[in-house]
Design a protein around this ligand. Structure first.
Ligand code: GLN
Length: 494
């Protein structure tokens, strides 16, 4: 038998159910892998081995008592440290929340525990989920398990869900939660050779998730394969009266509905994503993806998404605008850090706390957001960006009159090295160019591994679907997975 840490969600759940191994053995194996890798990869902000073991003990006891087991029974997962977890520090990777221990559990994490999952720890991320490389974390950056061939330089795991991607890729967890505001599930999944899906906006409750940009934020699973994503998304999704934007729709049986047969389906290839100077390896993997989907029976159709080039500038107005408003609550009164200089008044305390607690990228976003919302510039920037957002959503709506799903690269390049982009925020923002349009339109989108580039780093392909059609996205992902046959993994160096 392969090692327990090589198994994914379905294999662990089924092995526990049939008694091939116990949930306690599984939790022990992953806890050990986490502890071993933590010094080198820094994927976790806190580890919670006891949480994983306690959940496993409940599953083992339920099985012994002949009770029905949940869809994630016995599966220990990593939890992005953006989800509030009762009794466990929740920081959003920011000093301003250091020491904040929520008295409540986020809806999504609660649903996962109810399905029988346990928690290995809280995963590192870019501070307040702002970033594409994990370098904005106040707790040190995560290091990807991947390395370029013949080179030991540290590689970015992507961001903001970089702890999640690194942990799943390094087999420290069979799966992890992510959140995606403008690519933070898909881009790190692509950078590390794993799968991840951002569902339709509203599928997963945002209650108890630290807010970045509320009209964009969505939770989703990051896992080793498409089926594991389907199983975990089913456990995470569902209507929640505590989130006013939650979709009041039943959760489809995505796992049972999986099919890699795409006969009768049309796949759109957006011309505008073929940007000048597209990385040659990325272009080739896109061509491979087109051939694979054709082989799966789909008809390939060229489409136009005319306003694509305005998506990134619109995102980098709308997301900071919402962030500047959401982050106003960190004032030294209610959560975590309080900096109260001698003789300080209330305003001084706010200023001192925020100056000490927020990192540079977070401050940059608050400044941009406050500026674009200010009376003199609101119409020129914020209103204009909202209009662009509408046009981008309309482009997709028109395209989905003729096609069922859209295929594009997830990122313009493979993972970059840590430190290579950090001094140039605009270059860093460009990394999101293929991810943000689907976010602005609220559409389901996933990244699946497509192969390796010339330097031996993973590349991802992105599938974007109609609103509520996660099934169509997952099925196209499965068709690619069957043909890409991505089994490459980094030899262990940590
Ligand atoms: N990298 C993007 C940003 O920095 C997306 C982040 C996210 O999706 N949370 O805003």
């Amino acid at each position: 038998m392969s090692e327990l840490t090589d198994l994914g969600i379905a294999a662990i759940r089924d092995g526990v159910a049939t008694g091939t191994f116990t949930a306690t053995e599984v939790a022990g194996a992953f806890n050990a892998a986490v502890a071993e890798a933590q010094p080198a990869l820094n994927a976790f902000i806190v580890t919670t081995p006891d949480h994983a073991l306690a959940a496993a003990a409940r599953v083992d006891a339920d099985r012994a008592a002949g009770k029905p087991l949940g869809t994630m029974a016995g599966v220990p997962i990593g939890m992005k440290d953006l989800f509030a977890t009762k009794g466990v520090q929740t920081t959003a990777a920011s000093h301003i929340l250091e020491g904040f221990v929520p008295q409540y559990e986020s809806t999504v994490s609660q649903k996962l525990w109810d399905a029988g999952a346990g928690m290995l720890g809280k995963l590192n991320l870019d501070q307040f989920a702002m970033g594409s490389s994990n370098e904005t974390s106040a707790f040190g950056n995560v290091v990807s398990p991947w390395r370029r061939e013949g080179d030991t330089a540290a590689i970015a795991p992507g961001g903001s869900s970089g702890g999640s991607s690194a942990a799943v890729a390094a087999r420290l967890a069979p799966a992890a939660t992510g959140t995606d505001t403008g690519g933070s599930i898909r881009q790190p999944a692509a950078f590390t050779g794993i799968s991840g899906i951002k569902p339709t906006y509203g599928r997963c409750s945002r209650w108890g998730i630290v807010a970045f940009a509320s009209s964009l934020d969505q939770a989703g699973p990051m896992a080793r394969d498409v089926r594991d994503c389907a199983i975990m998304l089913e456990a995470m999704a569902g209507f929640d009266p505590k989130d006013s934007t939650s979709l009041d729709l039943p959760v489809p049986a995505w796992d049972a509905g999986l099919s890699p047969d795409l006969r009768g389906k049309k796949v759109g290839i957006p011309r505008e994503y073929r940007v000048d100077g597209l990385d040659a390896d990325v272009a080739k993997s896109w061509d491979d993806g087109i051939a694979w989907l054709k082989d799966a029976g789909a008809e390939i159709v060229d489409i136009n998404l005319a306003h694509t080039k305005y998506a990134l500038p619109a995102y980098y107005i709308i997301a900071p605008a919402e962030a500047s408003s959401n982050l106003a609550r960190y004032d030294g009164v209610r959560y975590g850090l309080r900096d109260l200089p001698d003789g300080a008044g209330l305003q001084d305390m706010y200023a001192a706390t925020r100056a000490a607690g927020f990192g540079a990228e977070v401050k940059r976003r608050i400044l941009i957001g406050t500026y674009v919302l200010s009376a003199g510039f609101y119409d020129a920037y914020y209103t204009q960006a909202q209009k662009v957002r509408t046009l981008i959503a309309r482009d997709f709506k028109d395209a989905f009159q003729t096609v069922d799903v859209i295929l594009a690269p997830t990122t313009p390049t493979a993972a970059f090295g840590l430190g290579e982009m950090v001094s140039d925020p605009l270059a860093m923002y460009l990394n999101d160019v293929f991810a943000v349009p689907a976010s602005l339109a609220g559409l389901p989108a996933m990244s699946v591994p497509a192969g390796l580039n010339a330097q031996g780093l993973p590349l991802g392909l992105q599938i974007i679907g109609r609103p509520f059609d996660e099934q169509g996205v997952l099925n196209a992902g499965l068709a690619i997975e069957h043909r890409a046959n991505f089994i490459a993994r980094q030899e262990k160096w940590w």
